[in-house]
Design a binder for this molecule. Structure first.
Ligand code: 5GP
Ligand code: ZN
Length: 112
């Protein structure tokens, strides 16, 4: 399997890690779209939001707990955005479930 985020989890591709626990890894996005832009991914390979199963509930809970911890550490008290792109229409380019977290600038809504 050829998955860039699995390679990041294994340490075969370098990334700027900002958080790690048993379930998840968070690292800075290669092409940041805001002053703060990191990705939170499950260590387990899950293709996208359509593939999440009942057995993955601990992972998803920890994704959002880690976002909360990091947001406090990075002082994102003015708010931030969590984005999950799913499938072709959603603009998903890396086929390993991931959540973008963007902050430290006023973000537009709706997205393009
Ligand atoms: P998607 O478009 O699938 O929602 O987002 C994929 C994101 O992964 C993009 O924002 C892209 O910049 C980021 N990305 C792709 N490859 C790498 C990589 O090797 N390292 C890091 N840190 N980010 C990556
Ligand atoms: Zn993967």
């Amino acid at each position: 399997m050829d998955c860039v985020f699995c390679e990041i989890v294994k340490g075969n591709i370098l990334s700027e890690k900002i958080y790690e626990d048993e379930y998840v890894l968070a690292f800075k996005d290669l092409k940041p779209q805001a002053p703060v832009h990191f990705l939170v991914i499950p260590k387990k390979h899950i293709k996208n939001a359509l593939e999440i199963k009942e057995e993955d509930k601990d992972i998803l809970y920890n994704v959002f707990l880690s976002i909360q911890k990091i947001a406090k550490e990075l002082d994102l008290k003015d708010g931030f955005r969590v984005v999950n792109n799913c499938g072709e229409d959603g603009g998903q380019t890396v086929l390993h479930l991931h959540f973008h977290v963007l902050g430290k600038r006023k973000l537009n809504w709706p997205p393009g």
